[in-house]
Design a binder for this molecule. Structure first.
Ligand code: FES
Length: 164
């Protein structure tokens, strides 16, 4: 009767594996560890969280002086970055509103119509209420993102964007 023997190549492979396990600083070879993710660094995830936090609360920015606009006038500006066109409107003596200027349909710039009290998009005839940014008609799927304003010492500051 013959006994079952382990081939020599197989025995050498096992010994080599054990040696590598013993000499790994963590005690267990990472490729054999079922909890492999524990050994991986996570700096990229932390960076994305930081970027998201900054995006949610952009720094305040002076947009205009209170006396700069008469009732019914607008001023175009960029907020929170140079790539974000925005529009400031003086609705009456004490009331200013500001919105991101890109239409929520296909991003054409909206224009203020004082006569109709609304922001209009020339591309597909979308319209938004000037006081609230809500959709009045046309294909836009949601309201214009509104920019929070603060009047301080004669200046109007943008201090955040409310997503629609
Ligand atoms: S892009 Fe404004 S209605 Fe289509």
């Amino acid at each position: 009767m013959s006994e079952t023997t382990v081939p020599r190549w197989r025995a050498r492979l096992s010994r080599g594996l054990e040696r590598r396990q013993l000499h790994h600083p963590a005690g267990v070879h990472p490729l054999l560890d079922p909890d492999l993710g524990r050994h991986l660094p996570r700096p990229r995830l932390l960076c994305l969280q930081d970027v998201e936090k900054r995006r949610q609360s952009p720094p305040p920015q002076v947009v205009a002086g209170v006396g700069e606009l008469r009732v019914g006038q607008v001023k175009l500006f960029r907020y929170p970055t140079e790539n974000d066109p925005a529009i400031l409107i003086r609705l009456d003596e004490d009331r200013f509103v500001a919105y991101q200027q890109r239409c929520t349909h296909l991003s054409c710039p909206v224009m203020y119509s004082r006569e109709r009290g609304r922001l209009e998009c020339p591309c597909h005839n979308g319209a938004f209420d000037a006081a609230s940014g809500q959709v009045l008609e046309g294909p836009p799927p949601r309201a214009l993102p509104q920019i929070d304003l603060l009047v301080h010492q004669g200046q109007i500051l943008a201090e955040g964007v409310r997503p629609s």
